[in-house]
Ligand binder design. Sequence first.
Ligand SMILES: [Zn+2]
Length: 564
Amino acid sequence: MSDNINLVQELLRQYGRKRSSPRCLLKVDFKKAFDSVQWDFLANLLRQLGFPAHFVLLVMECVSTASYSVAVNGDIHGFFLGKSGVRQGDPLSPYLFICCMEYFSRLLKLSSQHDNFRFHPRCEVQGITHLAFADDALLLSRGDSSSVHCLLQQITLFGKTSGLYINPQKSSIFFGGAGTTQKQSILTESGFREGSFPFTYLGVPLSPHRLLASQFSPLLQDLKSSVQGWIGKHLTYAGRLELTRSVLFGKVQFWLNIFPLPDVVMRNIISICRNFLWTGDIHRSTSALVAWKSICLPKSEGGLGLFDLRARNRSFLGKQLWNIHLKMDSVWIRWIHHFYLSSGTIWSIQAHHTSSPLWKAIISVRDLLLQHCGDSESSITLLNSWSAGVGPFLSHAYEFFRPIGQAVSWGRVVWEQWSLPKHSFILWLAVLGKLRTRDRLRFVPPDPNCMFCRREEESHGHLFFACEWTCRLWVLIKSWLRIERVMQTLASAIRGLRFQRNSLVARMKRAALSITTYLIWEERNKRVFDGRSREISAVFRRFQILFYTVFHFHEKDHFLLNMG
Ligand SMILES: [Zn+2]
């Protein structure tokens, strides 16, 4: 899929030039693509494609027994059988549709053999007439009436045989270097409208010009509307971290895979994610507790293990570089070798100022590698080691490009798998000393003293271990869990736990530490913000409940693991 996008981006480069030979690109839209396929056609097609007769019979059985019921006011009334279409949502449908499009591809290939057909510039060598992915199809030819006529004829033929007609009102033509009369006659014959750049193909905007930051707005808008949907849901830090990681970064990754993202776009993405993580909103209302670049470090280096956008982007580009080096079999890479690498290799070629942003970015990643390794041979050895090493190429590449932090010894204790994520998150902040305790506030509050004892200044050291109130809580918890170790600071508590293996006891002790830290912070906030306070026995009771919850949740796993 990204291959198709990459190739379109390269072909579009010439569309912005004043003097170029005439060319055009037809973006066709199929009417109700999934539900208008004729069954006779489909059965015939499958037989022609060489599927065994019995298989075709089974497929047609599945397709043609689809029945439709009509829901009126919530009640289902009768059912009737369909005559055409493959069911949307049926797992078989996409495959059948691909078969139909394969037939369409062959028709277009045939049209290219017609005497009146001229290929789109730079497409003749590989015989490219179209780029299709599911029902998103782009047709390419020279920008003259007779070539476009050949394509249109095949579109009509395809419609008649398959039942898949196109929607002229929703289809468009993009011209480069074509004269006005030429354009007009093509538009009249096709009934399409003339398209303008950037246009959306496979969900991303494409344009002959460098994409401006504003053209990445579909991505930014998408991120913002996701966040908007989560506002007011009372998510914890840990919940927001998980949504950032799985949803927001998931969306970003799709784009990182295709485009070299401009710096300003990356900054915008980071600002949306950062504000959501720390405030649960899009707009910034408080400053971040931990710097974004620290968050993007792995957990073993004190971060939250989110990926660094630039490094991730470079990893994808590195993968493209490697595919180009290997001459992977894809239409885009064959094209690159023919037009960009006819006079040199990927290791020696220079980017031209008119080259596409993608090509320039690949060359600049190559330069980074050359700079690091010294020469092309060592660079190839390095890339080869990523490719042959254990685990995917991209994770090795990411390790190479990512910023490196200082290893921390507490990662395993803080991110103990048995601890609840929201407890771990608070423990993480406490270990970093980043909770907003009163000694750290920019404006000194009228009363900087600890909310528990009211005698000493509130700091991380005081709050979690030194305060007499917390000491009493620890005594209760330690005697209940039969822990005899003396722990006077968070650091010493962690030191005692980090070397222990993953035994049941060690895991439960780590979970106990994160629960206690969380409860102390929760109780402190209740007193500061709500003016409510609980007895120490009530907090201890809550500890016991949380501890049992964690224990019951995991003990089965533990015993099963140890039996196996
Ligand atoms: Zn105190």
